[in-house]
Design a protein around this ligand. Structure first.
Ligand SMILES: Nc1nc2c(ncn2[C@@H]2O[C@H](COP(=O)(O)OP(=O)(O)OP(=O)(O)O)[C@@H](O)[C@H]2O)c(=O)[nH]1
Ligand SMILES: [Zn+2]
Length: 198
């Protein structure tokens, strides 16, 4: 069982003007230092908060890489929660759980023609190595029993719905760029993500 370890106020977003609180948790080791970002407009007293379970993507979240849509989804989540409140669980599950160096190896394979899932498989990994048990432990620590989930990934929604009451699944926008079109198409067709591509 995980509990809240520390919590502190800060302001976030491109202009550092959105009120939030960052929380750390007990029971996670150094490789799993997940955090929750609570947007103050709703705070934890909101009955059914909007929750985004966001998997770390250094290339997308920090460097706004052209290869994926993670940075845009994170920005969208922050903007949305600045308006209506909510909670981002920022999960240190880089590369769908395979880690950054393996993800870069997977990018090399994608440059040679494999799609994102085939590249994982070629490296000896499953399509998606993530488990959501840490996210569920964090929701329990936060005493969030029901939520609206911001995701396009039905597998993620299902994994959480087995443990908490997912009242609604809210899709993110489609963040299509010339370099991530094939990646989004693979997520839609193979990963069954709810992404509408024309
Ligand atoms: N292995 C691998 N991981 C990737 C690749 N591109 C992005 N990622 C990782 O994928 C994770 C995000 O997963 P996605 O499949 O984009 O989206 P999701 O979290 O399942 O679904 P959403 O909630 O809709 O964002 C992050 O940890 C990224 O680092 C890739 O080509 N290969
Ligand atoms: Zn990414």
């Amino acid at each position: 069982m995980s509990e809240i370890r520390a919590r502190v106020n800060l302001k976030v977003g491109h202009n550092s003007d959105i009120d939030a609180e960052i929380l750390s948790f007990t029971c996670f080791d150094k490789d799993n230092e997940h955090v929750a970002m609570v947007f103050k407009q709703a705070d934890l007293k909101q009955d059914v908060p909007l929750v985004r379970v966001h998997s770390e993507c250094l290339t997308g979240d920090v460097f706004h890489s052209s290869r994926c849509d993670c940075g845009e989804q994170l920005d969208e989540s922050i903007e949305k929660m600045a308006e209506e409140g909510g909670v981002i669980l920022y999960m240190r599950q880089e590369g769908r759980g395979i880690g950054l160096y393996n993800k870069i190896d997977a990018y090399v394979l994608q440059s040679q023609g494999l799609n994102t899932y085939q590249a994982n498989n070629h490296l000896g990994f499953d399509d998606d190595q993530r488990s959501f048990e840490h996210a569920i432990a964090m929701l329990n620590a936060l005493d969030i029993k029901q939520l609206k989930l911001l995701t396009n990934n039905p597998r993620k929604a299902k994994a959480l719905a087995d443990h908490v009451d997912v009242k609604e699944v809210v899709n993110t926008r489609v963040h299509l760029k010339s370099d991530n079109a094939e990646y989004l198409a693979a997520k839609q067709q193979h990963g069954k993500h709810n992404i509408k591509l024309d």
